[in-house]
Design a protein around this ligand. Structure first.
Ligand code: PLP
Length: 342
């Protein structure tokens, strides 16, 4: 049976070109700083993202945690949106490993505005407690892959500065945001102190993320990466796929965003399914299902039997994600199967 994989863009497979590059990569021991492919990837990553330096890390989770550890000391407070990936899906590392207090912000569909930061700032606590960091997530995963614009990012950075906070961006899908806005990823993060981007999601690398910031930040983050067990040796083999992720895959992300928009519109035409098109910016689709039709779990199961893989969330919603391994024809086929099931 043909499988149409819509659960996540993390399920993307390395392209044939990536497989060839991984086989032929020139490598060395990166703990000695001697892996030329990793060095090349870090230099390119820094350039593409407009920062002084970059660090190759095994995962986005580790990149975020290394950033928190580098910017903050234990018992300090971190402001982050209340549905942030760091708060929901990173196993509480910010508390258990970094010893940080979360201060959860409201947002407009994942977009943190100055008023949200101001409303959550705790002046009395600030006598004893340093609120050292603001985290922005762009695109915002749980809020539906929603995008913060350059203006949104800059305004939040300005307010953070007023309160003496640094700014870190969880930009797992920052390039999807940039594609949607038709701006460069560097422009989106030009006023932030650090950012993490995933190479292993829509960009199709098998493993790896990049953390970027100024030179001093990256030197310290490298020490934290080592403490977290993230130093790798001849990882140039996987970094070679990361190079192609940056050079070949960024420019096609608009297709994933557009395919998701098409799919969301088609889902909206089906009785009992509903997608909020105002939040349909990028490649993540969060679809509501009328429980009178069936539960999200039943939907997931029935579709799975027909080869279309989606995720039923505990919230009763269904998540679908477009990526390089699903074509527009696959999506049209999936729509037909969804119609039959409904
Ligand atoms: C996937 C994701 C991460 C974590 O990346 P991993 O490589 O899976 O650890 C962080 N933030 C957001 C918003 C994500 O979607």
């Amino acid at each position: 049976m043909k499988i149409i994989e819509l659960r996540s863009d993390t399920l993307t497979q390395a392209t044939p070109e990536m497989r060839e590059a991984m086989k032929n990569a020139v490598v060395g021991d990166d703990v000695y700083g001697e892996d030329p492919t990793i060095n090349e990837l870090q230099e390119l990553g820094a350039k593409v993202l407009g920062k002084e330096a970059a660090l190759y890390v095994p995962s986005g989770t580790m990149g975020n945690l290394a950033a928190l550890l580098t910017h903050c000391k234990p018992s300090e407070e971190v402001m982050l949106e209340k549905n942030a990936h760091i708060y929901y899906f990173e196993r509480g590392g910010m508390a258990s490993v970094a010893g940080l207090l979360p201060n959860l912000l409201d947002s407009d569909n994942g977009v943190v505005k100055p008023e949200h930061i101001k409303a959550s700032f705790r002046p009395i606590a600030a006598q004893d407690l340093k609120t050292s960091l603001l985290v922005l997530e762009n695109t915002h995963n749980l809020c539906g892959g929603t995008v913060s614009t350059v203006e949104d990012m800059d305004a939040a950075c300005e307010t953070a500065k007023e309160y003496g906070m640094k700014v870190h961006v969880d930009g797992a899908r920052l390039f999807n945001a940039a594609a949607y806005l038709k701006v460069s990823a560097a422009d989106l993060i030009k006023n932030v102190d650090s950012a993490m981007v995933c190479l292993s999601k829509g960009l199709c690398a098998p493993v790896g993320s990049l953390l970027v910031g100024d030179k001093d930040f990256i030197v310290k983050a490298r020490q934290w990466r080592s403490i977290l067990g993230g130093s790798m040796r001849q990882a140039g083999h996987i970094a070679a796929a990361g190079m192609l992720a940056l050079t070949k895959m960024v420019d096609r992300l608009h297709i994933d965003n557009e395919n998701a928009f098409f799919l969301a519109e088609e889902l909206n035409k089906i009785d009992g399914l509903y997608v909020n098109m105002a939040a349909q910016h990028t490649n993540l689709i969060y679809c509501n299902i009328d429980p009178k039709l069936m539960t999200a779990e039943e939907f997931e199961k029935k579709l799975g039997k027909r080869g279309v893989r989606v995720i039923a969330l505990k919230t009763g919603m269904i998540r679908l994600v477009t990526h390089n391994d699903v074509s527009i024809d696959d999506i049209k086929e999936a729509v037909e199967i969804i119609k039959e099931i409904c």
